[in-house]
Design a protein around this ligand. Sequence first.
Ligand code: COS
Length: 382
Amino acid sequence: MDLTLDHTQALIQKMAREYATRVIAPEASAIDRESRFPTSILKGLAELGLMAVGVSPELGGSGAGTVAYALAMQEVARACASTAVTMAVTNMVGEVIAAFGTDAQKARYNPKLASGEYAAGAFALSEPGAGSDPGVMATTARRDGDAWVIDGQKQWITSGAHAGVMVVWARTGDRETFPGTRGVSCFLVESGTPGLLIGKAEDKMGIRGSNTVSLTFDACRVPESALLGELHGGFKIAMMALDGGRIGISSQAIGIARAALAESVQYAHDRKQFDKPIASFQATQWKLADMVTELDAAHLLTMRAAWLKDNGRPFSREASMAKVFATEMANRICNKAVQIHGGYGYIREFAAERHLRDVRVTMIYEGTSEIQRIVIARSALG
Ligand code: COS
C-alpha cells in the first residue's frame, strides 16, 4: 500500500479541511446546543462534491474513491461530528444505489444525492427488534399487482426526516422457504410516499445536530421499479454497504479524536498549575503520547481498508478492524481529553465535553464493537 496521496486525494483533503475550518467548525457548538440539522452546511458539502465522493462523475459524484472519502470525512468530523455522520450515510446511500441500481434508479437518485437537491439519503435497516441481527426483521413487502406494499417499523434512522430517498429493507419471502437472512429485499422509497410516516426525533446524548427518527410503513405502496438489486438478495447488499460504511465511521471517530487531541495540546500549554504549564508534567505527556500513537494506528488501519476497497480487493475484515480499533481509541482519547481539561472538560464552554458525547455512538452504529469482533473472529477462525 502506497501512503502517498495522489493529486485528487490531496485536493479533496485540502478542500474539506478548508471548508470544515472556515464554515463548519464555527457552527459546531451551536449545532450541538440547538440540536440543529445543518442544512446549509450540507448543501455546501454537496457543492464541493463531498456528498458523493465515491460515486462516478457521470452520476454527479466526485469519483475520487474511498481513500479520498475517508480523508474528507476525518476533516469534517474534526469540525462537527453531527455533520459528518449525515455526510457518511448520504455517501453510503449514493454508493449503494450506484452499485446495485438500474440505470433508471441511478439516473433518478444519484445526481440529487450528489448535488444536495436532496439534503440527505437514509439507510433503513434496523428495527426495534432487529439491530445487530438484521436478519430477523419484521418489516414485510408484498406484491400487489404492479406494486410493492411495505408494512413495518424501522428505528435509529439517521436523517430519516430530511432524506429525499431511503434505502429500505423488508422481508419478501416467508421464513420457511427463505430461512435466516434469505428472503430479504431492498427498496428505494422516496420521502412523501403515502404510508411512510416519520416518527419524532430522538433526544440523543451526542451528535445532536444529526436527525435520528423511527419510520412507520403503513401499507406504503411503491412501484415495482423501487426494488433495488435482486429479489430476496437484499441482505448481502446491506452487508456490503456496511463494510464500506464502517470505513466512514472509523474516519468519523478519527476526526473527533483529532479535535480532542488538538484541544488537549493547546490546553496543556495554556493551563498552569504548580507554577508550570501542565504540558511539562509527565502525567500529561504520557497521555498525549498514547493519544498520538493510537490515532496514527487507527489512521493506518483505516487507510488500509480504504485502499483495499479502492483496489477491488476484499476489505470486510479490515473495515471491521479499522472500525473497532478507531472507535474504541477515539473514545479513549476523548475521555483523556476531558481528564486533561480537568473541571473545564466537564462544562459546555470547552469542546472536550461535546467530543466525549459525540464519540460514544461510534462504537454502536453501523455495527457495534461486538459485531466487528464477530466479523474479525470468523475470519481469523477461517
Ligand atoms: N459481504 C457480502 N456478503 C456477506 C457479508 C459481507 N460483508 N457478510 C455476510 N454476507 C452474506 C453471507 O455470505 C451469507 O450469504 P449466503 O446466505 O449466500 O450464505 C449471508 O450474507 C448471511 O451471512 P451470515 O450467515 O454471516 O449472517 P449472520 O446473520 O450470521 O450475520 C453479521 C452476520 C453479524 C456480521 C451481520 O448480521 C451484521 O453485520 N450485523 C450488524 C448489523 C449492523 O451493522 N447494524 C447497524 C445498522 S446501520 S446503523
